[in-house]
Design a protein around this ligand. Sequence first.
Ligand SMILES: *Cc1c(COP(=O)(O)O)cnc(C)c1O
Length: 492
Amino acid sequence: MPRRAPILRALPAVETLLRHPALADALARIPRPLVVEAVRAELADRRAALRRAAGAPPTPETLAAAAATRAHGALRPALRRVLNATGIVLHTNLGRAPLSAAARRAVDDVARGYCSVEFDLDTGRRGERGAGVERWLTRLTGAEAAMVVNNGAAAVLLALSALAGASANGAPRRVVVSRGELVEIGGSFRIPDVMEKSGARLLEVGTTNRTHLRDYERALDRHGREIAAILRVHPSNFRVAGFTTRPTLEELARLAHRRRVPLIEDLGSGALVDLSAMGLEREPTVRESLTAGCDVVTFSGDKLLGATQAGLILGRRRLIERLRKDPLARALRVDKLTLAALEATLPAYADPSRAAAEIPAVAMLGGAEDRLEARARSLAEALRMRVPELDVSVERGAGEVGGGALPLQRLPGWVVAVRHPARAVDELDRWARAADPPVIGYIRTGKFRMDVRTLRDDELPELAEALGRSPWPTSAPAGRPLAGAPPDALED
Ligand SMILES: *Cc1c(COP(=O)(O)O)cnc(C)c1O
């Protein structure tokens, strides 16, 4: 130890290093305490290294540059834009739907200053939060009324709480649900648990694969006034095939109305347009559910609708008014930025062909195969230029809808598959994630793959450039890779 002490003393003092020109830029951009912290950490690491093994101490130049990199790194946000090359359009872990140009402009405009979020510009008085979104939703779907909450899970929670939560006199209030619809959406959203949190009591009917109208009838006969609602849940993220049945929505609505209980539908994805027109599996639209007689329909704003995270609730005015008055409504209310994005996205739905062109998620779902192939070839070309050592090929691939929607639907498309003569495929995956912006692809059959469906045109050259700049990894990976993880590690 004592023999190395002079070398340790040869390291500059913190204050001296802070005056080095290589740190001037960091000090100008980054709060000083963070730069000081980075300098201290860098010096501590170097000191420890010198204690472990003798060697020449680093120059002040090297130290200052390393500290500057550290300081910039500390400021790098955890939430960053990434290039989604997974081919999964509504990738929950990557933020589901990208916003349309109109929505991005509206968010920027509203974020810039003050806004009329609860101010009526005609009367000069207090206005209703979300009024604009509600106007569009009722217009596009034919619903009597609408409201917006924080996400799809919140919409279900609020609907159940307001319409079937514990009654004032403490009498049990039950909600009838088919055993085939007690679904888990991902993470902690499970229908029975949400039901319990809402204060409603679950009344299961039928079996996993078959539930008949008479099962609902019997429950209503047996429990009469205790029944507060019938809940229908869209099995968004799974399919039961074979010997199955459940009543149509119309049949269920007729029964509910005869017995004077509301029919609530958790529609999950909430398509506003018929996706089968784009060659996709048929997904019930919001308007169809309302026409069939549902009294309240809930769905997400950032799944097939292609806007931002939100829970949309549509239905009869009388019921929506009860939801608005529920104390939970305030806890679940949305921010002005969410409302701005939604209100700017919805008008495109007045014309389905505009929606398909202007709403990125909808456009990506409908991406034509020949266009995708041409785009994959242009990405491959750019990659060969930027990273010549890669072995690059263009292959067929299959994307997915994601977000727990249309689970069986494959989206045939094209991918750029890469290999490196000297590096393992998981190293390629790490290298791509370390790029700026990070590139998220996936590994299959020994190649790192990038699906162009979920990349914008201008992101193709950007991706090639980002990979061209990305340093090759030297150390062990930190954390588990997202793109290479088995599907159940990712959440709907
Ligand atoms: C996705 C989904 C939800 C939850 O919606 P979030 O917006 O993710 O909170 C609820 N129910 C169903 C059927 C869903 O598919």
